[in-house]
Design a protein around this ligand. Structure first.
Ligand code: NAP
Length: 312
């Protein structure tokens, strides 16, 4: 009897690799677990989970012998870890292997927004370059003041990249880090007041909901640009939309939103926003590493070996 249940929207490559390594039962989302017969559900000891649909106590209770949930992704906010811990279920994630791609995308969003690259591209493609000449001047990004909200694994990679752009680095984290030359702020409003670029790299979940509040957005001011590669939940999205529409901040570069992929249509009407479809870690190379780390956590568990990247 197969011991692994594979849940989520996997690519064909990742699914094939998982099937070869673990011969799992495959379903497309948490809502499908209830449809499995009793014997299959009783045989499941490990879940390989991918996606942003909630996997909570109800789903766990449908799998009486579940002891591991291996998440595909570093962010595990879709999984109720408290409920898992209460049931003795271990959770793993895939940290570090995706830092470079997500940090690259954050920097790209900052440059695209600040240098108006989507508009400038449209200027060339539409014939305005020939008809009207040079694209209107925009702003210098290098040498500016950047504030990282959440100096964790990804936040630090973003800060390192922005330091190479000669930027003055400020950051918020719950505790000060050993980062000579960078300025620590113990609250996000003070951070936003000090910078023009606010890059959000927090964990998602209840504890960080609307952490970038209306007050933080207002403190950033009219030259401010918000970049979010974390989760849509970490920013007060209604306050962000209001500020963008009113010109209270200059722009935003966003990879993550509430209600993905059905994001608030107000975003599409704004010309000071660069939108990406939550593709931070979405390269062949990184996704292959994430999938391998997820599989190796499941294999370690099934072979009674220590988990590679435990969360709880
Ligand atoms: P990490 O190393 O755990 O860093 C998370 C940061 O969040 C840390 O600075 C941490 O503060 C801060 N934080 C955690 N809980 C907090 C709280 N309750 N209040 C305030 N700050 C809190 O995580 P990571 O590996 O850098 O990943 C960060 C997030 O990026 C993931 O959780 C995920 O949601 C998102 N992500 C997005 C994509 C994408 O495709 N766009 C891809 C991968 C990850 P301390 O430093 O004080 O601990």
């Amino acid at each position: 009897m197969t011991a692994t249940l594979m849940i989520g929207p996997y690519s064909e490559t990742d699914r094939d690799a998982m099937i070869e390594a673990l011969d799992p039962v495959v379903v497309s989302g948490p809502g499908d677990v209830a449809g499995l017969d009793d014997a299959t559900r009783a045989g499941i000891r490990a879940v390989a989970f991918k996606g942003h649909s909630a996997f909570g106590a109800d789903e766990m209770d449908l799998l009486p012998n579940l002891a591991l949930i291996a998440n595909y992704g570093v962010g595990y906010d879709a999984i109720d870890v408290t409920a898992a811990s209460a049931r003795g279920i271990k959770v793993t994630n895939t940290p570090d292997v995706l830092n470079d791609d997500v940090a690259d995308l954050a920097v790209a969003l900052l440059l695209m927004t600040g240098r108006e690259m989507e508009h400038a591209s449209a200027w060339a493609r539409s014939g305005e370059w020939q008809a009207k000449g040079e694209y209107p001047l925009n702003r210098k990004v290098s040498g500016g003041k950047a504030g990282i909200v959440g100096l964790g694994r990804i936040g630090r990679e973003i800060a390192d990249r922005l330091a190479a752009f000669k930027m003055d680095i400020h950051y918020f984290a719950r505790s000060e880090k050993d980062t000579p030359g960078w300025t620590y702020h113990s609250d996000p409003v003070s951070l936003a007041e000090a910078v023009d670029y606010l890059v959000v790299a927090l964990v998602g979940g209840k504890d960080t909901e609307k952490f970038v509040s209306n007050k933080v957005i207002e403190a950033l001011g009219p030259r401010g640009i918000v970049v979010n590669i974390s989760r849509g939940t970490t920013v007060d999205e209604a306050a962000l939309l209001d500020a963008l529409e009113a010109g209270k901040i200059a722009g935003a570069g966003l990879d993550v939103f509430l209600n993905e992929p059905n994001i608030d249509p107000r975003f599409y009407a704004l010309d000071n926003v660069v939108i990406q479809p939550h593709q931070g870690s979405g390269t062949h190379e990184t996704r292959a590493e994430m999938a391998a780390l997820q599989r190796n956590n499941v294999l370690a568990f099934l072979q009674d070996q220590p988990l590679l990247t435990p969360v709880n």
